[in-house]
Write a new protein. Structure first.
Length: 366
């Protein structure tokens, strides 16, 4: 992603983290802590802050070198197992953190809880609890209160068809610090809006459209949409469709804010003219999986209709892989109309034809 990534933690289970590291890494961590204690002397607050930072760096390095799956992806592929280490980055509801910390300060045991629907499957609940003794500071009470988006690395300790129980190793906020010459960080660190694509410069993405306007795409075959986009981005190589393809269109010419990105695009035409769900993308959403397996820097999903939140969340989960981070973009039906109209592939007034229609072409049948 052209960026340094890391974690700002609110909860750290140091013993479980040490269990993830190699022996030489533990030895290095120990020497760093010992040296810093000697330098800081009696300043316990600075020593604790440095200790937390070293453990955060250790976890980030572990995730960057180890193929730890996203919980969402493992669940989608039906590969999730009790005892498995997995991560998720999504909104969760946190309860009881302040009371648990107050209990710890009084010398008693204090535990708080988290829960929430899995972002990629609202029928599955994710839940767990954590010991307030392992909170990293007073800020944790603010961050682990109410509904908050957090990164969580943990072990699956229980699992049913409706609920996944997690034992957290780390609860944190994931961040990305871009290099000076790299792309800026988007709202979630990986998402790219279509308006950021240089080839779409001039498109009015604020053009007001209604859901009924999607009907103009109802009779336009996917193949025609793919050809139109290839021409718009000046991509000369347009592969034929076949069942085992990793993508519908590959491009090395697409650029975002001046930086070229290898791009894999999946198109979804009107054969399923309804909101896109994960089930629309093949068995177990394998079309997203195939996009993620390419060398692409940017994964794009285009659809002739609306795109549901679980699809967005699943694409983000794939893009957020620590070992192979990517960017992702979604082009729904309304943005498809805006792009095609701007470049003359849909005429005005609106009409549905068997192929994209350039402005000035006669209506169908004339």
């Amino acid at each position: 992603m052209g960026a340094e990534t890391g974690l700002d933690s609110w909860f750290l289970h140091e013993k479980l983290i040490l269990g993830l590291l190699h022996q030489h890494e533990i030895a290095v961590l120990g020497r760093q802590l010992q040296l810093q204690l000697q330098l800081l002397g009696p300043d316990q607050s600075l020593a604790q802050a440095y200790r937390i930072e070293l453990f955060e760096q250790a976890v980030s390095a572990f995730l960057a070198r180890t193929d730890i799956p996203s919980l969402a992806v493992s669940h989608l592929h039906r590969e999730l197992r009790v005892g498995q280490l997995a991560w998720l980055d999504q909104p969760l509801s946190f309860k009881g953190t302040a009371a648990a910390l107050a209990a710890v300060e009084r010398g008693r045991s204090g535990r708080a809880t988290f829960s929430g629907p899995l972002a990629t499957d609202e029928n599955v609940r994710v839940c767990g609890e954590y010991n307030a003794e392992r909170l990293t500071g007073s800020t944790s009470v603010v961050q682990l209160k109410g509904r908050q988006r957090q990164f969580l690395l943990g072990y699956v300790h229980s699992m049913t068809a409706e609920e996944i129980g997690l034992r957290p190793v780390v609860i944190a906020r994931r961040w990305a610090r871009p290099d000076p010459d790299a792309l800026r960080v988007w709202d979630d660190g990986a998402h790219v809006w279509p308006s950021a694509v240089d080839q779409f410069a001039g498109v009015n993405f604020r053009l007001r459209l209604a859901k009924a306007d999607l009907d103009v795409l109802k009779l336009i075959p996917e193949k025609k949409i793919k050809q139109a986009f290839a021409e718009i981005i000046s991509e000369s190589e347009v592969p034929n469709d076949w069942g085992g393809e990793q993508f519908d269109l590959w491009s090395t010419v697409i650029s975002v804010e001046g930086q070229r990105l290898r791009t894999a695009i999946a198109f979804k035409g009107p054969s399923r003219f309804r909101p896109m769900t994960i089930a629309s993308l093949g068995k177990n959403g394998d079309q997203i999986d195939r996009l993620a397996q390419t060398a692409a820097d940017l994964m794009v999903v285009q659809h002739c209709h609306t795109i549901t939140a679980p699809v967005v969340n699943m694409l983000k989960a794939y893009a957020s892989n620590f070992r192979d981070p990517k960017r992702y973009m979604l082009i729904d039906g309304l943005d498809t109309i805006r792009i095609l109209r701007h470049f003359g592939y849909l005429g005005l007034p609106r009409r549905a034809t068997g192929a994209p229609t350039r402005q000035g072409d006669p209506p169908s049948g004339q």
